[in-house]
Design a protein around this ligand. Structure first.
Ligand SMILES: CC(C)(COP(=O)(O)OP(=O)(O)OC[C@H]1O[C@@H](n2cnc3c(N)ncnc32)[C@H](O)[C@@H]1OP(=O)(O)O)[C@@H](O)C(=O)NCCC(=O)NCCS
Length: 129
C-alpha cells in the first residue's frame, strides 16, 4: 500500500510530549482515540449523519510512534450493512520531526464497526449511496 502517493489521509496529526508514555513513545490510548475519530469521520460521511462505534474488531500496534512524529490515518470502508459500516484504518508515521519527506512507516491498523443512529441508542438505516 502506498497511500501517500494517491490520496489525503482522513486525519493527520503531530504527536506532542504530553501524548508520551514514561518510556518516551506514544501512549496506546492516544492512538486508539485517534483511530476511532478517523474511522468515525469516514463512517459519518458514508452514513450522512451521526454514527457511534459499536465494535473494535481488531487493533494492532505494529511499531512504536514517537513524540513529534507526523501520524496519518487512512480509512477504507470495507462493508456496509443495514445500519452498520465497517472500516479499516491504516496508520502511518513519519519520523522526520517536521521535514515531511521521509518514508511513512505502517505503525498500526484496525477494523472498527460503526452504527448510524438517529439519536443515541437508536439505529437508522445507512442511506443508499
Ligand atoms: C450501536 C447501538 C445503537 C446498536 O443498537 P442495537 O439495538 O444493538 O442494534 P442492532 O442489534 O440492530 O445492531 C445494529 C448493527 O450493528 C451491528 N453490530 C452490533 N454489534 C456488533 C458487533 N459487536 N460487531 C459487529 N457489528 C455489530 C449489527 O450487526 C447491526 O448491523 P446491520 O444493521 O448492518 O445488520 C447500541 O448498541 C449502542 O448505542 N451502543 C453504544 C454505542 C456507544 O456508546 N459507543 C461509544 C461511543 S461512540
Amino acid at each position: 500500500m502506498q497511500p501517500f502517493l494517491n490520496r489525503e489521509p482522513t486525519l493527520r496529526v503531530t504527536t506532542q510530549p504530553n501524548d508520551a508514555n514514561p518510556g518516551g513513545d506514544i501512549f496506546g490510548g492516544w492512538l486508539m482515540s485517534k483511530i476511532d475519530i478517523a474511522g468515525a469521520v469516514a463512517a459519518g460521511r458514508r452514513a450522512k449523519g451521526a454514527v457511534v462505534t459499536v465494535a473494535v474488531k481488531e487493533l494492532r500496534f505494529i511499531k512504536p510512534i514517537y513524540v513529534y512524529d507526523l501520524v496519518s490515518f487512512y480509512v477504507d470502508i470495507v462493508a456496509v450493512g443495514k445500519t452498520s459500516i465497517t472500516v479499516k484504518v491504516d496508520v502511518f508515521s513519519q519520523r522526520d520531526r517536521g521535514v515531511h519527506d521521509d518514508a511513512p512507516i505502517l505503525v498500526s491498523d484496525a477494523t472498527l464497526v460503526y452504527v448510524a443512529v438517529s439519536k443515541p441508542g437508536v439505529p437508522r438505516e445507512v442511506p443508499v449511496e
